[in-house]
Design a protein around this ligand. Structure first.
Ligand code: FES
Length: 354
């Protein structure tokens, strides 16, 4: 029977019980104590906190996310560290009072469909064993079975929920194949089949839609970074929770990399407040016309260039960016050059191990 310790989280003054084999972040999120996190496996450093008192095992924390001198200074990554005594940590908790965060729980999902939607990209629809409350933009952690590629031990992979919270049991996910990736190449794209049961936990993350001051929300998505953005858009539009304007810039090299274009076109036709800008960086209007498609249905160039050309100023807007780190970085610079404050730009970069 693993021993348990008490973890005190300052400045909240909250205490949670954590097993010696359980990451502190996991114990906190399951107890409804929100701590910052992103990758949940020791590479992004989002969850770095100070140890005020007590001992921990740093587990799988990478040496670039938590350097040796930081360990000596008494820092830890809550997603990897397990307690070796009662522990007090100090976290930089910047909780948005307007958003109710939900405790993490374990679920079993049954795969009800798996469809190719773009090049090397599939849509998974999973039926949970019970309803789950979550915020639009959050993600789930899947347990990839040990037997999937013959290697020992299961591993975790995280994918964002693309469906809105109004569907609390039927969740949609978008998965891009990463060559050699154990969760994608070795499982989703190889052996995962409709009817399979998948242990998962969630909801995680705080890349969520803020609906307080509705003005104009600019969303920029690359690749499967579209998933959390789609959840936010549908949530904001379909249940009337967002009254301002919303514009989606979806970037892809060519049409074979873009997906759900028809979904967003339908939403744009139905909701006056929503504008959709699918952007092609490596196809031209001539290419599109030559294939019989409407060249005016797309914008051409890098998604950030199209965004920059569309707006003289974005002062007072909010930005949501999700996709590969380089795209997110470029979009951040573009939004800031258009006078959008960093505090009004929410972003999620994909730490995609595949
Ligand atoms: Fe802990 Fe990324 S390093 S959440």
């Amino acid at each position: 029977m693993p021993e348990s310790f008490v973890v005190t989280i300052e400045p909240l003054g909250r205490q949670v019980v954590c097993r010696e084999d359980q990451p502190i972040l996991d114990a906190c999120l399951r107890a409804g104590v929100w701590l910052p996190h992103s990758c949940t496996h020791g590479t992004c450093a989002t969850c770095k906190c100070d140890i005020v008192d007590g001992d921990v095992d740093h587990g799988e924390a990478s040496t670039f996310a938590l350097m040796e001198f930081e360990r000596d200074e008494g820092k830890l990554l809550t997603c990897c560290a397990t307690p070796r005594s009662d522990v007090t940590i100090e976290a930089d908790i910047d909780v948005d009072e307007d958003i109710e965060m939900h405790s993490v729980e374990d679920f079993v999902g049954t795969l009800v469909s798996l469809d190719e939607v773009a090049r090397d990209t599939v849509r998974l629809v999973v039926e949970l064993d019970r309803d789950m409350a979550f915020n639009a933009g959050q993600y789930m952690k899947f347990t990839v079975p040990a037997a999937a590629d013959g290697s020992a031990g299961s591993v975790d992979r995280t994918w964002s929920i693309a469906s809105p919270p109004s569907q609390p049991r039927t969740l949609e996910f978008h998965v891009r194949k990463v060559p050699g990736g154990r969760g994608t190449d070795g499982w989703v794209f190889r052996t995962l089949a409709v009817g399979d049961q998948i242990p998962m936990s969630g909801p995680y993350g705080r890349f969520v839609l803020h609906t307080g001051q509705d003005n104009h929300t600019i969303m920029v998505a690359g690749g499967t970074g579209l998933a959390p953005i789609k959840s936010m858009l549908r949530h904001g539009l379909e249940n009337g929770s967002y009254e301002g304007e919303m514009t989606l810039y979806q970037g892809g090299r060519s049409r074979e990399w873009l997906y759900d274009v028809d979904v967003f076109r339908r939403l744009a036709a139905e909701y006056d407040q929503f504008t959709y800008r699918p952007c092609l960086s490596e196809e031209t209007a001539e290419d599109v016309a030559a294939s019989g498609d409407d060249p005016d249905a797309y914008a051409y160039g890098m998604v950030t260039d199209v965004l920059a050309a569309d707006h003289a100023s974005l002062s007072g807007c909010k930005g949501y960016l999700c996709g590969p780190p380089l795209m997110v970085e470029a979009a951040l610079k573009t939004l800031m050059s258009k006078r959008l404050f960093p505090r009004d730009i929410y972003r999620e970069e994909f730490f995609n191990e595949g």
